[in-house]
Design a protein around this ligand. Structure first.
Ligand code: GDP
Ligand code: MG
Length: 673
């Protein structure tokens, strides 16, 4: 049987970089069962006897985040043969905090003292031998960037696994605490494997509820433990949990003082610190950030991306679409099937794949910003602002991406480690107007507000306001209550980006999107097309008699209070679920606009029969907030990993859309009519 080696460490310590180097091309990315925390596995390069599992990045083994729970369940239940603990040597003390907890699990630990290139460059000194002696576990100095030490790391790991080494020296606490912990250990002896005894005892001392639940102690034992903990708390005049935390840090401060010497005087600034003084400055931070993002968008969307879009439209429309139609007709395929394949599936999938180049470029730059270390700063800056409203600073990055497309935005919410914050972000991100909603706004603005630039831009403002207001409201509910997970990350030093890592990252994200286009979008396209062209008795009919039209008539009364209660417009709200651009196309067909062109003089006269300026604005508001397109709903489903949560999101969004449009139309009618 293959041996399992777990890779554990703080976020940004270099775990993924080391994982990629050690496993090469054998890696497999999935999810931990039941949750959306990413699970990466792979064999040691050229060695099928050793599997490496990349655990989520965490700061401790306390059960505050899903990642911490996933990690510790895996360590305690999965019993890997070895933990390689990746430690960011430039943040030694904070990183060793986790190390001491890993050692307590009783599983052998091998420390990869990573970022050692940076230590050398700074001229810092770490006495690795001494540190290794104090922790009681082997240490290898590594750099995932220069690859120094990686071979030795693998060699040491395999030797350790094969000789079934035992764990390191656990952290020691003050005498009174040690006494209590030892007493608890005696109480639960025999109930847990002997090598994890100390870990369980400490968790019980900390009153860790999850651990209490799984131990299912008898009433009597439970009371005995509780009274031990209580008397210790009284004696130390502090809560048990914070006693352990403080003493652990004390232990580490002593330990690192013995083997770590910084070249720089405390108070002098490194290059990273100097950059941060400007980049995270209270006044410059936001302008600098917007400038950078504007630049990225300009390149990804406006210039390079735009250049590719024409090509893809040509590929799917002219080349594949037309030729396939001709080919199918030539071999005698029925017109119905040709329509389904060409006007339905290919047109639908093609319209989604149109966004691939833009997204790849966007992802590339975002991965680049992340690799350099800038995204950590952005989250830090936004956290200052969002926290005032009870939202996580990390929510901001997905929302930013959402201005382009909601699908990658929802996927980007993966970087949020706390599940509550992640769910809320997935739910609220679609409120930010995506690129696909712009044609709808452009159409209606062109028809009803041709001289007002602020109508379209007001959509962005409304989106942001809706996010903040909904965030504040959702926080009042049980599912979302609680402060956003504390943002304890220390800003990692800036790095020179590595092209390989950036490209892997970009592709990791991008390929999901392409897969979606081939599945959900293809099916949805076919369905919409059929509804648009057949009657209930499955005859090919004009759109007016189609299933879609009768569905439209059925739901139209719902929209009457919002000012757009005709079936034609109702239909557009349905087809908008396929992709928001479809709304424009639907108007083109069912309103008989022909080729809807912005600025067309006939536009107002045709569309004016269906909207007033006020109801047009209400419709824009509805489109802005209502359930996003199928791809985004698919992404929501994927990230939520639960049908219930997906429905909750859709209903919440559509509810907000309905109420907002209702308010706009009713109040607008009073004011302007
Ligand atoms: P993870 O969050 O632990 O998976 O960390 P990553 O592997 O994503 O690395 C975070 C950043 O640190 C990336 O920009 C890496 O390129 C960089 N990095 C990783 N290891 C090293 C190293 O040994 N030296 C230096 N200078 N940078 C590193
Ligand atoms: Mg990682």
């Amino acid at each position: 049987m293959a041996h399992t080696i777990a890779l554990a460490g703080n976020p940004n310590s270099g775990k993924t970089s080391i994982f990629n180097e050690l496993t090469g091309s054998t890696q497999y990315v999935g999810n931990w069962p039941g949750v959306t925390v990413e699970k990466k596995e792979g064999y040691v390069k050229g060695d099928k006897r050793h599997i490496i599992v990349d655990l989520p990045g965490i700061y401790s083994l306390s059960p505050y985040t899903l990642e911490e729970v996933v990690t510790r369940d895996f360590l305690i239940d999965g019993k890997p043969d070895l933990i390689i603990n990746v430690v960011d040597a430039t943040n030694l003390e904070r990183n060793l905090y986790l190390t001491t907890q890993l050692i307590e699990t009783g599983i052998p630990v091998l420390v990869a003292l990573n970022m050692f290139d940076v230590i050398k460059k700074n001229g810092d000194l770490i006495d690795t031998k001494k540190l290794s002696g104090l922790l009681g576990c082997p240490i290898v100095e590594t750099s995932a960037v220069t690859r120094v030490g990686l071979k030795e790391l693998v060699k040491t790991a395999i030797t350790m696994v094969e000789q079934a080494e035992s764990g390191g020296k656990p952290a020691t606490f003050s005498a009174p605490v040690e006494k209590t912990v030892t007493s608890i250990m005696h109480l639960i002896e025999g109930k847990v494997p002997p090598e994890t005894l100390r870990w369980f005892a400490i968790k019980l001392y900390e009153r860790d509820e999850k651990v209490m639940q799984r131990l299912t102690l008898s009433e009597e034992l439970h009371h005995q433990v509780a009274s031990l903990v209580e008397s210790s708390e009284t004696a130390m005049d502090d809560s048990a949990e914070s006693i352990i935390t403080n003493e652990r840090y004390e232990y580490l401060t002593n330990l690192t003082a013995k083997c770590h010497k910084r070249a720089r005087q405390a108070g002098s600034l490194s290059t990273s610190d100097r950059i941060d003084r400007i980049v995270t400055n209270r006044f410059f931070a936001l302008p600098i950030f917007f400038l950078i993002m504007w630049g990225i968008y300009y390149i990804a969307i406006q210039t390079v991306g735009d250049y590719f879009i024409g090509g893809i439209e040509w590929l799917f429309g002219d080349l594949i679409g037309e030729n396939l139609a001709i080919g199918l007709e030539r071999i005698g395929t029925s017109a119905w099937l040709v329509g389904l394949v060409v006007d339905g599936i290919i047109a639908g999938v093609g319209s989604v794949l149109t966004f691939v180049p833009q997204m790849m470029i966007l992802f590339f730059f975002l991965a680049l910003m992340e690799d350099v270390g800038y995204m950590a700063r952005v989250a830090f800056i936004m956290d200052r602002i969002f926290r005032k409203f009870g939202l996580s600073g990390k929510s901001f990055i997905p929302m930013l991406i959402g201005t382009g497309c909601t699908v990658p935005a929802i996927m980007a919410s993966r970087t949020i480690e706390n599940q509550r914050d992640r769910r809320m972000t997935v739910m609220l991100t679609p409120f930010i107007p995506c690129g696909a909603k712009l044609p709808v706004f452009a159409l209606l603005v062109g028809a009803f507000f041709p001289h007002s630039a602020w109508i379209a831009s007001s959509m962005y403002l409304l989106g942001i306001i809706a996010v903040i207001v909904s965030g504040v409201i959702l926080k009042q509910t049980k599912a979302f209550s609680g402060d956003p997970a504390p943002f304890v990350m220390e800003l990692p030093a800036y790095h020179i980006p590595r092209l390989k890592g950036v490209v892997i990252h970009m592709w990791d994200r991008g390929k999901q999107f392409i897969k979606k286009a081939g599945t959900i979008i293809a099916v949805a396209s076919a369905v919409i097309w059929m509804l648009q062209s057949t009657s209930w008795s499955f005859q090919m009919v004009e759109t007016q008699e189609s299933i879609l039209a009768s569905l439209g008539r059925f739901i139209a009364p719902l929209f009457a209070p919002l000012g757009f209660g005709t079936w034609e417009v109702a239909v557009a709200t349905i087809t908008g679920l396929l992709a928001k651009e479809t709304i424009v196309a639907t108007f083109g067909i069912v309103l008989g606009l022909g080729n809807v062109a912005e600025g067309d003089p006939n536009l107002l006269s045709s569309i004016g029969a269906y909207f007033s300026p006020v109801s047009a604005y209400a419709f824009m508001v509805f489109t802005l907030f209502a359930a996003p397109c199928a791809a985004a709903i698919g992404a929501t489903r994927r990230e939520m990993q639960s049908a219930r949560w997906t429905w909750a999101a859709i209903l919440f969004q559509t509810g907000v859309a309905y109420v907002a449009a209702l308010v706009v139309f009713q109040i607008g009618s009073l004011l302007f009519m």
